[in-house]
Design a protein around this ligand. Sequence first.
Ligand code: ZN
Length: 153
Amino acid sequence: MDLDELYQEVILDHYKNPRGAGLREPYEGESHQVNPTCGDEITLRVHVEGGEVADVSYDHTGCSISKASASVLFELVKGASVDDARARFEEFSALMSSKGLGEADEDTLEDAVAFQGVSKYPMRVKCALLGWMALKDALIRAEASVPTPGGAE
Ligand code: ZN
């Protein structure tokens, strides 16, 4: 089995058995994102507790790439610090804009390296990034809604 086939297996596995799917409570930030070129849609929620992403939950309709990507995102980000979650987003979006030439770091991106090949196809890049755009947005919303400890109020 060559690397491309292995990566396809990883994506297929996440597509068939999406990790962490479904919307859950509590949550502080929610984001709805649409990818009109493919018809993918996602609603994603983050539950932030003590500077950590305690949970990521999502409701998805659309293609296999966007679905598998949301599942990989859940595995990577749940339990991570908010800073690490943002770093994973930056790393993954850099890989997706690499046009197939990016060097994926398996230590930090884990199963997300399987999407390296997707970065060669601009139409599919939007699919792979959909959940991550929702994550970024939901984290911003969560931050705005959580009162700063010891704040002026
Ligand atoms: Zn798609």
